[in-house]
Design a protein around this ligand. Structure first.
Ligand SMILES: NC(=O)c1ccc[n+]([C@@H]2O[C@H](COP(=O)([O-])OP(=O)(O)OC[C@H]3O[C@@H](n4cnc5c(N)ncnc54)[C@H](OP(=O)(O)O)[C@@H]3O)[C@@H](O)[C@H]2O)c1
Length: 309
């Protein structure tokens, strides 16, 4: 299969590139900086520069004759949400997807990929307490939910046979992401449940994000929104306890929500609220999770020197 990726240099993208190359697929990566991408992705990946995704469609040569496109790019969400950061978080996704769709529409129909897998996030559902959320649940209304709704709407316009929209949860990986940011206090033995700890964390191991995206590329039934989160979501308090056990550290010091709001402002809502997401469609299609339970997933990503993506 020939697969074109945006965001190929990121946490998810670089693991997906590795997996596709192991399978023998041809990988084409679109990036804002080909020099940096070459050193992070190595040889064997065809690189195309797409310097301004918000304003220009990607080069046709990157998309034509690809069997599928996986669209992952986006400004990092885990940063202080100043007005400018919020604009970048929104525009990189909404306008970037619009540009990609324009690039696909400009291709002659016989050179157009059949499938677009366009990233989304469980933030689509907004803060929802302990409500169980499958793909039919309605969208939330906070900042991330509004961005995500607009992001998905752009992707759905793609003139391809099939658009799959993975609503991805909190990715557990050794090489970065949410866990890397949470770990320092836990390693010092001063970690603990955040703001009471009752909010759900829709976690998923990086290996399953990659496995599920490969499934979406191959399964012709895969279209529309698909929750990418483990079948056993846990509360923030359960996540803290598991982290404590895996790291052999106490994890009982409660972290007050007000402290996080002071430190991180509005962005703290990412950890202060959550979603109890159920991967209903992946389960219906028989996707076999490598990590369905949290503790083995944590043991794997925290094992020194190991990273399976
Ligand atoms: N990691 C998670 O837990 C998680 C959960 C749910 C959803 N997601 C979503 O999945 C996607 C990939 O996640 P990730 O963790 O792999 O992200 P990441 O590591 O931050 O990488 C994203 C990539 O997007 C490109 N990029 C960054 N800022 C950009 C901007 N302002 N405009 C255009 N391109 C930009 C970069 O590629 P170049 O520098 O090569 O252009 C970067 O490598 C993101 O959209 C993210 O929101 C992630």
């Amino acid at each position: 299969m020939r697969v074109a990726l945006t965001g190929a240099t990121g946490l998810i993208g670089s693991a997906l590139v590795r997996r596709l190359r192991e399978r023998g697929d041809d990988v084409v990566a679109l990036t804002r900086d080909a020099g940096r991408a070459r050193s992070s992705l190595g040889d064997g990946v065809e690189l195309h520069e797409w310097s301004d995704p918000e304003r220009q469609p990607p080069p046709a040569s990157a998309l034509e004759r690809a069997d599928a496109v996986v669209h992952l790019l986006g400004e990092p969400v885990a940063q202080r949400w100043t007005a400018d950061a919020k604009r970048r978080i929104r525009d990189s996704r909404v306008l970037g997807t619009r540009s990609l769709v324009a690039g696909l529409a400009a291709l002659p129909a016989d050179l157009r990929p059949a499938c677009l897998v366009s990233q989304s996030a469980t933030g689509y559902y907004g803060p929802r307490g302990d409500e169980q959320l499958d793909e039919r649940a309605p969208a939330g209304a906070d900042f991330l939910a509004e961005v995500t709704v607009a992001w998905e709407r752009e992707a759905a316009e793609a003139p391809v046979a099939r658009v799959a929209i993975p609503r991805t949860g909190v990715v557990l990986a050794a090489s970065g992401g949410a866990l890397a940011q949470m770990l320092p206090p836990f390693r010092l033995g001063v970690g603990g449940p955040v703001a009471g700890g009752r909010q759900y964390v829709p976690w998923i191991h990086l290996a399953d994000v990659v496995g599920a995206i490969v499934h979406l590329l191959e399964d012709v039934r895969a279209a529309g929104p698909v929750n990418l989160s483990a079948p056993n979501p846990v509360t923030n308090a359960e996540l803290s306890r598991s982290l404590g056990r895996v790291l052999h550290r106490p994890a009982v010091l409660p972290v007050p929500g007000t402290a996080l709001r002071l430190l991180y402002g509005e962005m703290a809502s990412i950890v202060l609220t959550g979603q109890r997401v159920i991967p209903a469609r992946l389960e219906e299609w028989g996707y076999g999770f490598s990590y369905a339970e949290l503790e083995p997933a944590l043991r794997d990503v925290l094992a020194p020197g190991e990273q399976r993506g």
